[in-house]
Design a protein around this ligand. Structure first.
Ligand SMILES: *Cc1c(COP(=O)(O)O)cnc(C)c1O
Length: 364
């Protein structure tokens, strides 16, 4: 303990820095990978049927209606599912339930920047394996993780912040050979085009795999804070019965999340539309000389043209002045890139129109 009463691992920690959140109707917000469109109208209806009288009572503690709906969707048993306050709560539950202080936690470099922070909160050590130059897992990934005796390893797929996809077959092979737990963070999996890319039944019957799902991106509900985990009972049960907060999800969230995942017709339309916009965005950026990493998520990591006299950071600031937010990361490996969330066509058109003069090229 130090003079501020913080544990030393907390005192040494720099907190997570969220993407800028501003409530300005004129703002074009392409910086935090929110869905371009709202959730299903059935979610709105579910909200309208909620009575304040119902909130006098505690909510159902384990979100069982949601778990049943998610189980039906994935054709697994509700006992293979835990509902959490965003995917982020699941990450914390996984660490507090399965990782000893002092242990190693595997991840990749780059990855979701919350993993090392949550790992340090648990007083465990992040062990990062470098991705290859084309942002893939290296062939000896499993060996590196096992050599470090990682108790748990986070792999985000599609990868953030690049959008690249590792195949289900490759992940199954990794999970079979890895000694510790494998957490596959599927926050963006709804935007994967291959309908056969589905690890949920595999995870439910696995020895050591938990999937993270989120309603924030695919279902347009980032403000609701709802996610869930999929895994075998021996991994779900201890989080559900022991380490979860007694009432981790409020009644309103449970009702809305259940309505949202039950409207798969709407959800699938949404993903198709967002993916079509992604293609348009990539086309527009490529035309201007950006190099876009092939993405299976609702964002694109775009490399600033070599010929550009303007740096990625300067472009980020110039766009911000024009009320368009994208994400810039100072990390060395991507400091010449911008991460741009897929938006609505008119938002993307505005972005592209602004980029031309910033780059000093004439608009196409
Ligand atoms: C958005 C995101 C999550 C989960 O976010 P929640 O809003 O807490 O559900 C998890 N992992 C990655 C990589 C994400 O981008």
């Amino acid at each position: 303990m130090n003079s501020n009463f913080e544990r030393n691992n907390i005192a040494e920690l720099e907190g997570y820095v969220s993407g800028e959140q501003r409530n300005d109707p004129d703002l074009i917000k392409l910086n935090t990978n929110e869905n371009a469109y709202p959730a299903s109208p059935q979610t709105q209806q579910a909200l309208e049927t909620i009575n304040i009288e119902d909130l006098r009572r505690y909510p159902q503690p384990t979100s069982d209606n949601f778990r049943r709906a998610a189980a039906a969707l994935h054709q697994i048993d509700p006992s293979n599912i835990i509902a959490t306050r965003g995917g982020d709560e699941l990450l914390r539950l996984l660490l507090t339930t399965f990782v000893d202080p002092g242990a190693a936690v595997g991840m990749t470099d780059l990855t979701y920047s919350l993993y090392p922070i949550l790992t340090r909160i648990q007083d465990a050590h992040p062990f990062a394996v470098a991705l290859t130059n084309d942002w893939k897992l290296p062939l000896n990934f499993t060996e590196q993780i096992n050599a470090e005796s990682c108790q748990l390893t986070f792999v985000v797929n599609p990868h953030a912040p690049t959008g690249t996809l590792t195949s289900a077959a490759d992940l199954i092979k990794i999970s079979n050979n890895i000694n510790g737990l494998l957490v596959i963070d599927e926050a963006y999996v709804d935007f994967v085009e291959d309908p056969n890319h589905d690890l949920s039944r595999f995870a439910a019957n696995s020895r050591n795999v938990v999937l993270l799902r989120s309603l924030s991106k695919g279902y347009g509900l980032a403000g609701l804070r709802f996610g869930y985990g999929v895994g075998p009972q021996h991994l779900i049960e201890p989080m559900l019965r022991k380490t979860r907060d007694s009432y981790n999800l409020d009644a309103i969230s449970q009702a809305l999340a259940t309505a949202a995942i039950q409207d798969q017709v709407y959800a699938k339309e949404n993903w198709k539309r967002v993916n079509a916009h992604r293609e348009e965005l990539v086309k527009g950026l490529t035309k201007m000389g950006f190099d876009c990493i092939p993405s299976q998520a609702n964002f694109v990591l775009a490399t600033v043209p070599d010929a550009s006299a303007t740096s990625a950071e300067a472009i980020y600031h110039a766009l911000r002045t024009e009320n368009v937010l994208v994400r810039y990361f100072p990390d060395e490996r991507i400091s010449n890139k911008l991460r741009i969330t897929v938006g609505r066509p008119e938002e993307q058109a505005r972005l592209l129109a602004l980029l031309a003069p910033i780059l000093g090229i004439s608009a196409a």
